[in-house]
Design a binder for this molecule. Structure first.
Ligand SMILES: [Zn+2]
Length: 97
């Protein structure tokens, strides 16, 4: 059985600015493909469709897509370290249950 975190999802959050009222807002897309195909979302403040993506501000949720291989290794090492310090009594209790 695969752990849940093995399911890789990539949901980009893009930042937009509104040309009509100057508001900035972020929009969560279901996938990078959707984000590049769909038109920019309307402004949540004034409902104007004249919004522009701020290219420098992109956040991707999910998976380990944003991590370098070194960071992934560090995250894995930390998990292993946490697992190794499980108190012996707790393990005994789990085994006894
Ligand atoms: Zn607006």
């Amino acid at each position: 059985m695969l752990p849940l975190c093995a399911v890789i999802i990539s949901m980009p959050i893009y930042e937009y600015t509104c040309a009509a009222c100057g508001a900035t807002f972020s929009h969560l897309w279901r996938s990078i493909q959707t984000a590049s195909d769909a038109p920019a979302p309307a402004c949540p403040t004034c409902a104007s469709p004249q919004t522009q993506r701020v290219l420098s501000r992109v956040t991707v949720l999910g998976g380990m897509g944003g991590l370098t291989p070194g960071e992934q290794a560090a995250a894995g090492a930390q998990e292993a370290r946490l697992a190794s310090i499980t108190p012996k009594e707790q393990i005994d209790r789990l085994r006894g249950a």
